[in-house]
Design a binder for this molecule. Structure first.
Ligand code: TYM
Length: 334
């Protein structure tokens, strides 16, 4: 890796909550892979974030490893980027505590993800779920990240990270780099296949609403064939056509064709043909990823070596920021 001074720094992370969806892939992961040559990229499996909802220990452990292996399979390259498991780098939880004390109750209460998740998990509205965005801010700010590539649903959390950074800098002088969101124009908001007014989410109970990167080809085909559309039967972006707009968005993200090119290609064809074509394009896209995933997940030693190597470097970089923060606040050095 080049020294951080030379290239801009990118940070992003993903929760290891079981299924990694086509939404995660098109909205985030694919962009991370592309950014690796031009930026100093730092990526993490955000396992600390994941315990804001209850996890079954054995499945959780496997999901963390699966997420790590899948991201390598997508093309995250530990020769170019740092890629570690969040809980392995202690500075994240420590800075998160500090930032909690510079984040207002009102700000956290306004987070739409908090409102959604607390409605969904009404029996477990824990303090971690509430303070989740300060941990995200810690992840980002520890590395002086310039840019954070995410899907559109994370924009509000990023704005809060910026506010926290600016507030801290305002009190103590320039400490944190204020990060910019990096939201791609295609694939930033992949919607549910069953209710296209909602984002595609792995936590949706209806398994037909999402496609997983590791779904088998016939499952992918079946899910796209069942996708909710409209009665117009015209493959073209339009108002009141959320289902088709979403499928066109997915097709466009996967093939690189514009919505207009897709409309011309499918002129006079029915939704059945179009859905099949979208499914086929997605199947082609994920096929090599699935093959590589099998290789990585069966090579545990390699995974351990990679995540340890990155965590060690990440700890050194982030410790410098944490030390600076503690000093500015007035803590006594050890
Ligand atoms: P998570 O794990 O929910 O999602 C990982 C990434 O996938 C994007 N994404 C989507 N993009 C388009 N369409 C969708 N339907 C869709 N669903 C998810 C998300 O925007 C995200 O970029 N809190 C974060 C993880 C995190 C993080 C961070 C991100 C922890 N620390 C620091 C950035 C910086 C999360 O839960 O993402």
């Amino acid at each position: 890796m080049d020294t951080p001074e030379k290239k801009k720094v990118i940070f992003s992370a993903i929760q290891p909550s079981g299924t990694i969806t086509l939404g995660n892939y098109l909205g985030a992961l694919r962009n991370w892979v592309k950014l690796q040559d031009d930026y100093n990229c730092i990526f993490a499996v955000a396992d600390l974030h994941a315990i804001t909802v209850r996890q079954e220990p054995k499945a959780f452990k496997q999901n963390i490893l699966n997420a790590y292996a899948l991201l390598l399979a997508c093309g995250i390259d530990t020769e170019k980027s740092l890629f570690f498991i969040q809980s392995h780098v202690h500075t994240h939880a420590e800075l998160a505590w500090v930032l909690n004390c510079y984040t207002q109750f009102g700000e956290l209460s306004r987070m739409t993800q908090f409102k959604d998740k607390s409605a969904k998990h009404a029996d477990n509205v824990n303090a971690g779920l509430f303070a989740y965005p300060s941990l995200m801010a810690a992840d980002i700010l520890l590395y002086k990240s310039d840019m954070v590539p995410v899907g559109a649903d994370q924009k509000q959390h990023l704005e809060l990270s910026r506010n926290i950074a600016e507030r801290f800098n305002g009190i103590y002088g320039n400490t944190f780099t204020v990060p910019e969101p990096y939201i791609s124009t295609v694939g930033a908001r992949v919607m549910s296949l069953q209710d296209p007014s909602k984002k595609m989410s792995k936590s949706d109970e209806n398994v037909n609403s999402w496609v997983a990167v590791l779904d088998k080809p016939d499952t992918i085909m079946k899910k796209f064939k069942r996708a909710v559309t409209d009665s117009e039967a015209v493959v073209k972006v339009g108002e009141g056509k959320d289902g088709i707009n979403n499928l066109i968005g997915i097709m466009s993200a996967v093939t690189g064709k514009t919505a207009d090119e897709i409309a011309v290609e499918f002129e006079g064809k029915g939704y059945g043909d179009f859905k099949t074509a979208v499914a086929e394009a997605v199947i082609e896209e994920v096929k090599p990823i699935q093959a590589r995933f099998e290789e990585y997940i069966n090579n545990k030693d390699y995974l351990v070596e990679q995540y340890r190597k990155s965590a060690e470097i990440a700890e050194k970089i982030s410790q410098r920021t944490l030390d600076k923060v503690m000093k500015k606040i007035g803590f006594i050095a050890k």
